[in-house]
Design a protein around this ligand. Sequence first.
Ligand code: NAP
Length: 269
Amino acid sequence: MTPNERAGQRTTGAGPALVTGAGTGIGAAIAQRLAARGQDLVLVARDAARLDAVAGQARREHGVEVLTVPLDLSLPDCPARLAQQLKEADVTVDLLVNNAGAAVTGAVGGTDPARLRASVDLNAAAVAELSALFLPAMLARGRGGIVNIASTAAYAPAPYNAAYAASKAFVLSFTRALWHETRGTGVRVVAVSPGAIETPMNPGPGRGKRLPEQVADTVMAALRGDGPAVVDGRAYGLQAFVFSRVLPSRTAARITGSFFRKAAESRQG
Ligand SMILES: NC(=O)c1ccc[n+]([C@@H]2O[C@H](COP(=O)([O-])OP(=O)(O)OC[C@H]3O[C@@H](n4cnc5c(N)ncnc54)[C@H](OP(=O)(O)O)[C@@H]3O)[C@@H](O)[C@H]2O)c1
Protein backbone atom coordinates (compact mmCIF):
# COMPACT_ATOMS: atom_id res chain seq x y z
CA MET A 1 0.00 0.00 0.00
CA THR A 2 1.43 3.42 -0.94
CA PRO A 3 1.46 6.37 1.47
CA ASN A 4 -1.33 7.82 -0.69
CA GLU A 5 -3.58 4.79 -0.40
CA ARG A 6 -3.07 4.83 3.37
CA ALA A 7 -3.64 8.57 3.44
CA GLY A 8 -6.98 8.12 1.70
CA GLN A 9 -8.15 6.09 4.67
CA ARG A 10 -7.34 8.86 7.10
CA THR A 11 -9.78 11.46 8.29
CA THR A 12 -7.68 14.30 6.85
CA GLY A 13 -7.93 12.74 3.38
CA ALA A 14 -4.51 14.24 2.71
CA GLY A 15 -1.64 12.66 0.78
CA PRO A 16 1.86 12.68 2.22
CA ALA A 17 3.87 15.76 3.05
CA LEU A 18 7.35 15.95 1.57
CA VAL A 19 9.73 17.60 4.04
CA THR A 20 13.27 18.40 2.91
CA GLY A 21 16.04 18.68 5.47
CA ALA A 22 13.97 16.53 7.80
CA GLY A 23 16.87 14.76 9.55
CA THR A 24 17.47 17.38 12.25
CA GLY A 25 16.39 20.76 13.59
CA ILE A 26 13.40 22.58 12.17
CA GLY A 27 12.64 19.98 9.47
CA ALA A 28 12.51 17.14 12.00
CA ALA A 29 10.20 19.19 14.24
CA ILE A 30 7.88 20.03 11.32
CA ALA A 31 7.79 16.34 10.35
CA GLN A 32 6.66 15.36 13.87
CA ARG A 33 3.95 18.07 13.93
CA LEU A 34 2.62 16.88 10.56
CA ALA A 35 2.71 13.25 11.71
CA ALA A 36 0.78 14.24 14.85
CA ARG A 37 -2.08 15.43 12.63
CA GLY A 38 -2.06 12.07 10.85
CA GLN A 39 -0.19 13.10 7.73
CA ASP A 40 2.01 10.51 6.04
CA LEU A 41 5.51 11.70 5.24
CA VAL A 42 8.26 11.63 2.67
CA LEU A 43 11.50 12.74 4.33
CA VAL A 44 14.56 13.91 2.39
CA ALA A 45 18.12 14.83 3.47
CA ARG A 46 21.59 13.40 2.84
CA ASP A 47 22.09 11.43 6.06
CA ALA A 48 20.00 8.22 5.87
CA ALA A 49 20.48 7.24 9.53
CA ARG A 50 19.16 10.57 10.82
CA LEU A 51 16.15 10.34 8.48
CA ASP A 52 15.46 6.81 9.75
CA ALA A 53 15.48 8.05 13.35
CA VAL A 54 12.92 10.78 12.55
CA ALA A 55 10.82 8.31 10.52
CA GLY A 56 10.92 5.76 13.38
CA GLN A 57 9.63 8.31 15.87
CA ALA A 58 6.80 9.41 13.55
CA ARG A 59 5.70 5.81 12.92
CA ARG A 60 5.96 4.82 16.60
CA GLU A 61 4.24 7.85 18.10
CA HIS A 62 1.70 8.69 15.40
CA GLY A 63 1.25 5.53 13.31
CA VAL A 64 1.86 7.27 9.98
CA GLU A 65 3.49 5.89 6.83
CA VAL A 66 6.95 7.33 6.20
CA LEU A 67 9.18 7.04 3.18
CA THR A 68 12.79 8.21 3.52
CA VAL A 69 14.80 9.32 0.49
CA PRO A 70 18.47 10.14 1.15
CA LEU A 71 19.50 12.73 -1.45
CA ASP A 72 21.80 15.71 -1.89
CA LEU A 73 19.40 18.39 -3.13
CA SER A 74 22.23 20.77 -4.05
CA LEU A 75 23.08 18.50 -7.00
CA PRO A 76 21.43 19.68 -10.24
CA ASP A 77 19.62 16.45 -11.17
CA CYS A 78 18.39 15.50 -7.67
CA PRO A 79 15.08 17.40 -7.41
CA ALA A 80 13.93 15.90 -10.73
CA ARG A 81 15.16 12.43 -9.68
CA LEU A 82 13.18 12.72 -6.46
CA ALA A 83 9.99 13.67 -8.32
CA GLN A 84 10.49 10.77 -10.75
CA GLN A 85 11.12 8.30 -7.91
CA LEU A 86 7.90 9.36 -6.16
CA LYS A 87 5.94 9.17 -9.42
CA GLU A 88 7.16 5.62 -9.99
CA ALA A 89 6.16 4.72 -6.40
CA ASP A 90 2.70 6.20 -7.10
CA VAL A 91 3.11 8.80 -4.34
CA THR A 92 1.25 12.09 -4.82
CA VAL A 93 2.63 14.82 -2.60
CA ASP A 94 -0.04 16.99 -0.99
CA LEU A 95 2.23 19.33 0.94
CA LEU A 96 5.79 20.33 0.06
CA VAL A 97 7.93 21.80 2.84
CA ASN A 98 11.15 23.20 1.38
CA ASN A 99 13.18 23.37 4.57
CA ALA A 100 16.66 22.03 3.70
CA GLY A 101 19.24 24.79 3.88
CA ALA A 102 22.87 25.51 4.58
CA ALA A 103 24.80 28.63 5.58
CA VAL A 104 28.36 29.42 4.53
CA THR A 105 29.50 32.20 6.85
CA GLY A 106 32.56 34.41 6.49
CA ALA A 107 33.77 36.89 3.88
CA VAL A 108 32.97 35.91 0.29
CA GLY A 109 36.60 36.62 -0.63
CA GLY A 110 37.76 33.89 1.75
CA THR A 111 35.15 31.27 0.88
CA ASP A 112 35.52 28.17 -1.28
CA PRO A 113 33.58 29.12 -4.44
CA ALA A 114 32.21 25.58 -4.90
CA ARG A 115 30.83 25.51 -1.34
CA LEU A 116 29.21 28.89 -1.89
CA ARG A 117 27.63 27.70 -5.14
CA ALA A 118 26.35 24.48 -3.52
CA SER A 119 24.67 26.46 -0.71
CA VAL A 120 22.89 28.72 -3.20
CA ASP A 121 21.83 25.71 -5.28
CA LEU A 122 20.33 24.10 -2.16
CA ASN A 123 18.77 27.20 -0.58
CA ALA A 124 17.37 28.79 -3.73
CA ALA A 125 17.53 26.70 -6.93
CA ALA A 126 16.22 23.48 -5.36
CA VAL A 127 13.33 25.39 -3.73
CA ALA A 128 12.25 26.83 -7.08
CA GLU A 129 12.67 23.53 -8.93
CA LEU A 130 10.85 21.41 -6.34
CA SER A 131 7.99 23.94 -6.29
CA ALA A 132 7.71 23.75 -10.08
CA LEU A 133 7.88 19.95 -10.00
CA PHE A 134 5.12 19.37 -7.44
CA LEU A 135 2.81 22.37 -7.99
CA PRO A 136 1.11 21.24 -11.25
CA ALA A 137 -0.44 18.13 -9.66
CA MET A 138 -1.65 20.21 -6.71
CA LEU A 139 -3.24 22.73 -9.08
CA ALA A 140 -4.89 19.89 -11.01
CA ARG A 141 -6.39 18.54 -7.76
CA GLY A 142 -7.30 22.04 -6.52
CA ARG A 143 -5.66 21.18 -3.20
CA GLY A 144 -2.25 21.18 -1.54
CA GLY A 145 0.39 23.42 -0.09
CA ILE A 146 3.94 24.66 -0.37
CA VAL A 147 5.78 26.01 2.67
CA ASN A 148 9.17 27.53 1.96
CA ILE A 149 11.44 28.10 4.96
CA ALA A 150 13.20 31.44 4.46
CA SER A 151 14.85 33.38 7.30
CA THR A 152 14.83 36.81 8.92
CA ALA A 153 18.16 37.10 7.05
CA ALA A 154 15.99 37.45 3.92
CA TYR A 155 14.92 40.92 5.02
CA ALA A 156 18.31 42.72 4.74
CA PRO A 157 21.72 42.22 3.13
CA ALA A 158 24.09 40.36 5.48
CA PRO A 159 27.84 40.92 5.07
CA TYR A 160 29.79 37.80 6.20
CA ASN A 161 26.67 35.72 5.50
CA ALA A 162 26.07 37.26 2.08
CA ALA A 163 25.06 34.31 -0.08
CA TYR A 164 22.87 32.84 2.65
CA ALA A 165 20.89 36.05 3.15
CA ALA A 166 20.64 36.59 -0.62
CA SER A 167 19.43 33.03 -1.19
CA LYS A 168 16.80 33.46 1.54
CA ALA A 169 15.74 36.79 -0.04
CA PHE A 170 15.21 34.75 -3.21
CA VAL A 171 13.04 32.26 -1.28
CA LEU A 172 10.96 35.06 0.22
CA SER A 173 10.47 36.91 -3.08
CA PHE A 174 9.81 33.69 -5.02
CA THR A 175 7.22 32.56 -2.48
CA ARG A 176 5.43 35.91 -2.37
CA ALA A 177 5.18 35.82 -6.16
CA LEU A 178 4.00 32.20 -6.16
CA TRP A 179 1.37 33.11 -3.55
CA HIS A 180 -0.10 35.59 -6.06
CA GLU A 181 0.04 33.06 -8.91
CA THR A 182 -1.84 30.45 -6.86
CA ARG A 183 -4.53 32.62 -5.23
CA GLY A 184 -7.95 31.03 -5.50
CA THR A 185 -6.58 27.67 -6.69
CA GLY A 186 -6.95 25.79 -3.39
CA VAL A 187 -3.17 25.53 -3.06
CA ARG A 188 -1.76 27.27 0.02
CA VAL A 189 1.66 28.86 -0.55
CA VAL A 190 3.55 30.57 2.27
CA ALA A 191 7.07 31.55 3.32
CA VAL A 192 7.99 31.10 6.97
CA SER A 193 11.01 33.01 8.27
CA PRO A 194 12.63 31.90 11.51
CA GLY A 195 15.08 34.13 13.41
CA ALA A 196 17.78 32.49 15.53
CA ILE A 197 16.75 28.91 16.28
CA GLU A 198 18.69 26.38 18.36
CA THR A 199 19.57 23.64 15.85
CA PRO A 200 22.76 21.95 14.55
CA MET A 201 23.06 24.85 12.08
CA ASN A 202 22.97 27.39 14.92
CA PRO A 203 23.89 25.38 18.03
CA GLY A 204 23.65 26.31 21.71
CA PRO A 205 21.26 28.51 23.60
CA GLY A 206 21.41 32.28 23.15
CA ARG A 207 19.50 35.44 23.96
CA GLY A 208 16.19 35.45 22.11
CA LYS A 209 16.83 32.06 20.53
CA ARG A 210 13.77 29.96 19.84
CA LEU A 211 13.28 26.22 19.47
CA PRO A 212 12.57 24.15 16.33
CA GLU A 213 9.24 23.06 17.84
CA GLN A 214 8.15 26.72 18.06
CA VAL A 215 8.93 27.17 14.36
CA ALA A 216 6.98 24.00 13.61
CA ASP A 217 3.98 25.47 15.46
CA THR A 218 4.34 28.66 13.40
CA VAL A 219 4.38 26.57 10.21
CA MET A 220 1.18 24.77 11.24
CA ALA A 221 -0.50 28.12 12.00
CA ALA A 222 0.78 29.56 8.69
CA LEU A 223 -0.86 26.67 6.84
CA ARG A 224 -4.18 27.63 8.42
CA GLY A 225 -3.67 31.33 7.58
CA ASP A 226 -3.87 33.06 4.23
CA GLY A 227 -0.99 35.56 3.89
CA PRO A 228 2.11 35.07 1.72
CA ALA A 229 4.79 35.36 4.43
CA VAL A 230 5.08 34.82 8.16
CA VAL A 231 7.94 35.55 10.58
CA ASP A 232 8.33 33.15 13.51
CA GLY A 233 8.04 34.94 16.88
CA ARG A 234 6.91 38.50 17.63
CA ALA A 235 10.37 39.91 18.33
CA TYR A 236 11.71 38.55 15.04
CA GLY A 237 8.64 39.90 13.22
CA LEU A 238 9.47 43.36 14.56
CA GLN A 239 13.15 42.91 13.65
CA ALA A 240 12.28 41.94 10.07
CA PHE A 241 9.98 44.96 9.77
CA VAL A 242 12.63 47.38 11.07
CA PHE A 243 15.43 45.97 8.90
CA SER A 244 13.39 45.92 5.70
CA ARG A 245 11.07 48.92 6.09
CA VAL A 246 12.54 51.37 8.61
CA LEU A 247 16.33 51.36 8.42
CA PRO A 248 18.20 52.49 5.30
CA SER A 249 19.73 49.44 3.60
CA ARG A 250 23.30 50.60 4.40
CA THR A 251 22.54 50.91 8.10
CA ALA A 252 20.83 47.51 8.14
CA ALA A 253 23.86 45.95 6.40
CA ARG A 254 26.28 47.57 8.87
CA ILE A 255 24.36 46.04 11.80
CA THR A 256 23.92 42.58 10.26
CA GLY A 257 27.56 42.62 9.06
CA SER A 258 28.84 43.34 12.54
CA PHE A 259 26.72 40.49 13.93
CA PHE A 260 27.75 37.90 11.31
CA ARG A 261 31.45 38.91 11.37
CA LYS A 262 31.55 38.26 15.12
CA ALA A 263 29.64 34.99 14.64
CA ALA A 264 32.07 33.86 11.90
CA GLU A 265 35.09 34.80 14.06
CA SER A 266 33.77 32.94 17.10
CA ARG A 267 33.16 29.86 14.92
CA GLN A 268 36.79 29.97 13.75
CA GLY A 269 37.78 30.04 17.43
N1 NAP B 1 18.68 27.58 12.83
C1 NAP B 1 18.46 28.85 12.54
O1 NAP B 1 18.86 29.76 13.29
C2 NAP B 1 17.71 29.22 11.30
C3 NAP B 1 17.26 30.53 11.16
C4 NAP B 1 16.56 30.91 10.02
C5 NAP B 1 16.30 29.99 9.03
N2 NAP B 1 16.76 28.69 9.17
C6 NAP B 1 16.47 27.79 8.07
O2 NAP B 1 15.77 26.68 8.55
C7 NAP B 1 16.02 25.54 7.73
C8 NAP B 1 16.41 24.37 8.60
O3 NAP B 1 17.61 24.66 9.25
P1 NAP B 1 17.99 24.11 10.70
O4 NAP B 1 18.35 25.27 11.52
O5 NAP B 1 16.96 23.17 11.18
O6 NAP B 1 19.37 23.39 10.37
P2 NAP B 1 19.83 21.88 10.44
O7 NAP B 1 19.41 21.25 11.70
O8 NAP B 1 21.27 21.91 10.05
O9 NAP B 1 18.97 21.21 9.29
C9 NAP B 1 19.26 21.32 7.94
C10 NAP B 1 18.68 20.12 7.25
O10 NAP B 1 18.95 20.23 5.86
C11 NAP B 1 19.57 19.03 5.41
N3 NAP B 1 20.49 19.32 4.32
C12 NAP B 1 21.62 20.07 4.36
N4 NAP B 1 22.22 20.06 3.18
C13 NAP B 1 21.45 19.28 2.37
C14 NAP B 1 21.56 18.87 1.01
N5 NAP B 1 22.59 19.28 0.26
N6 NAP B 1 20.60 18.09 0.50
C15 NAP B 1 19.55 17.68 1.25
N7 NAP B 1 19.39 18.02 2.53
C16 NAP B 1 20.34 18.82 3.09
C17 NAP B 1 20.32 18.50 6.65
O11 NAP B 1 20.52 17.09 6.61
P3 NAP B 1 21.83 16.40 5.97
O12 NAP B 1 23.01 17.14 6.51
O13 NAP B 1 21.71 14.98 6.42
O14 NAP B 1 21.66 16.54 4.49
C18 NAP B 1 19.30 18.82 7.75
O15 NAP B 1 18.31 17.82 7.81
C19 NAP B 1 17.12 25.98 6.75
O16 NAP B 1 16.54 26.34 5.51
C20 NAP B 1 17.70 27.20 7.41
O17 NAP B 1 18.28 28.07 6.49
C21 NAP B 1 17.45 28.30 10.27
